[in-house]
Design a protein around this ligand. Structure first.
Ligand code: PLP
Length: 360
């Protein structure tokens, strides 16, 4: 039943990790489908399928709802009444925290890093609109290009809430990435095994934003014998930064003897930078929609799928085989954010196929 908290038992192969979460709360629709995906531009000798983890429920909350099954279970287990987290106005994580917190009767607080001077501008678009509809408390902090979690601010707010109401708060790091959230995609890997992925595919391709999803898949693949080769497109930071973060995550679960570079191959998928997209990327998203009807978002999965096709074209030997599974991590509401509107208006070939009927 949705919202039910249970004692968590990891898959057998993950039981040796040095940290295991105690509780899990049911929020996600699991066993998301896998289907063939004829992505335009993929070389003929490759076949691509997609794991539709954009369809995990909770208003299409993608990979983030899976992480919150562990993080919010921990919050409830600790008796917290408030949840505090951080991200940017584009953050799918913040919006999912807002939704899932309300679902479980918790009050959401979001620290949003942005350099807009008029905060109201942000409130009716994409994820922000949804967070607002959830009645999330929002705090706008100066834009931080390095996406550091504003830990001190979050702690200070927790203290303010504590002294004002006596209620305690649970702080979730940006992207929901820590050793607890990691178990989301440990469990997804077990789901992939049940779905026959180890036999049917050679390579996995995933988007990397705050590293949690990639790290969990990398660890799971290692612990189950390394049948697949994992590739990740980093969309926000440099490839080296992502490897370093993954190395730290390995330490936290008792796998410090391993190196991130041996578990995943990360490519730079930033294009023009996080939250900025190129004409090519947007054209790609539209072609994928026309030819396959799978919606990609401009900030995460659009960039990653674009990078995947580019890698297949220019660097095919980097793949273990030719049967590739793309993990679709969600992000749909990124398409409803203002920048894309300006872009669509100025691009002639993307002009809408629309006219007044009947003509006179
Ligand atoms: C957050 C997010 C990612 C990245 O996942 P991480 O675990 O943060 O690396 C990928 N795709 C979408 C749509 C996301 O919202």
């Amino acid at each position: 039943m949705l919202g039910k908290i249970e004692t968590y038992h990891p898959p057998e192969w993950a039981a040796t990790l040095s940290y295991i979460p105690k509780k899990k709360v049911h929020l996600a629709m699991t066993n998301t489908p896998i289907h063939p995906w004829k992505v335009p531009g993929v070389p003929e000798d490759f076949t691509v399928s997609v794991k539709r983890d954009d369809l995990t429920g909770c208003a299409l909350s993608g990979n983030k709802v899976r992480k919150l099954e562990f993080l919010l279970a921990d919050a409830l287990h600790q008796g917290c009444r408030h949840v505090i987290t951080s991200g940017g106005p584009l953050s799918n994580h913040c919006r999912t925290v807002a939704l899932c917190a309300r679902q479980l009767g918790l009050t959401p607080h979001l620290f949003l890093s942005s350099d807009v001077t008029d905060v109201k501008q942000l409130l009716t678009e994409g994820n922000m609109l949804l967070s607002r509809l959830c009645g999330a408390h929002m705090y706008v902090t100066p834009f931080d290009p390095l996406f550091r979690t504003p830990e001190a601010d979050m702690k200070e707010l927790a203290q303010q809430i504590q002294s004002a109401s006596g209620e305690s708060s649970y702080i979730i790091p940006g992207g929901g990435t820590n050793k607890c959230g990691l178990f989301a995609y440990i469990d997804v890997f077990e789901e992939l095994i049940q779905q026959g992925v180890l036999e049917q595919f050679d390579d996995l391709f995933v988007t990397c934003g705050s590293t949690g999803t990639m790290a969990a898949l990398g660890i799971a693949n290692y612990l189950t014998g390394g049948h697949l080769r994992l590739h990740a497109a980093g969309i926000s930071k440099t490839v080296d930064t992502f490897y370093d973060t993954f190395d730290e995550e390995l330490l936290e679960v008792g796998l410090g003897h391993l190196k991130a570079r041996d578990l995943v191959r990360i490519v730079d998928g930033r294009g023009n930078g996080f939250g900025q997209f190129t004409d090519e990327e947007l054209d790609f998203i539209q072609r994928v929609m026309v030819e396959t009807s799978v919606p990609l978002d401009p900030n995460y999965t659009g960039k990653a799928a674009f990078s995947m096709v580019k890698e297949m074209q220019t660097n095919p030997s980097a793949f273990k085989g030719r049967r590739v599974l793309f993990i679709h991590t969600g992000g749909l509401f990124g398409l409803f954010h203002g920048q894309i509107k300006t872009f669509m208006e100025k691009k002639e070939e993307l002009q809408p196929r629309i006219r007044i009927w009947p003509e006179n």
